[in-house]
Write a protein that binds this ligand. Sequence first.
Ligand code: NAP
Length: 260
Amino acid sequence: MDLGIKGRRAIVCASSKGLGRACAMALASEGVDVTLTARGAEALTATAHEIRKANPGVTVTEVVGDITTPAGREVVLKACPDPDILVNNAGGPPTGNFRDWTRDDWLKALDANMLTPIELIKATVDGMMARKFGRIVNITSCTVKAPIDSLGLSNGARAGLTGFIAGLARKTVINNVTINALLPGPFATDRTLGPARAEAEKLGITLEQRLVERTKTNPAGRHGKPEELGLFCAFLCGVNAGFITGQNILLDGGAYPGTL
Ligand code: NAP
């Protein structure tokens, strides 16, 4: 399927690894020029190299920096001031007990998972609307629909973003600018494989055995593959997805038990 976005420009935040990387890879395979970001230069350069190798016609720009800081955002926007596509992503906040969280912990979570995407949208959405094409995809979490107690910082910050976007997404679509969120369940990325590996070691079992145990209750019986989310992201960024906006789409193997 040709998504009709060849030659478009995308900023894909937090994209040296995991879900962000998969989105960048899928967009590049559609001929989109991608600007990648991450804090660590080494993995970012390796990912940029792989994307270039797989898609020789595409321009891949690497921007090292912390996307959750004003300086980090400034340098990305300088590298790609007029994106047609914006994929918002960053690391998730730590787990814990809300009694231990300070105001500072909350501000960090809000900065990373609510205010950073809003700032990036603010900087880019008017240009998209003026050009009559824009696709914004926020990577949030399945916890937006079904909160996990220990992930309170994430639940709160991402719910704030989701509420704000619900209003804005209905204002931009008149100019062919859509804003949607992808809500991942358990995906096989460093974020989940790292702890699984540590658990396996502690239990004296293999990583594969631990992964089977971890996904026993998931209807699909497995972790999601990052490329499954990346390809869905690319579809949402396609020309024919202009009638989909303000949606929060679960990619969780059916784990959310609701009828709707
Ligand atoms: P991952 O495999 O750990 O990859 C995270 C990527 O983001 C890396 O490239 C990392 O590079 C970059 N990054 C992190 N913080 C950054 C920052 N402040 N500025 C710029 N780049 C940053 O994680 P993932 O599994 O893809 O998760 C992505 C998002 O989805 C997270 O918010 C996570 O909470 C959410 N999520 C994931 C799952 C899952 O099962 N994987 C489920 C629900 C929600 P550097 O470290 O070098 O910066």
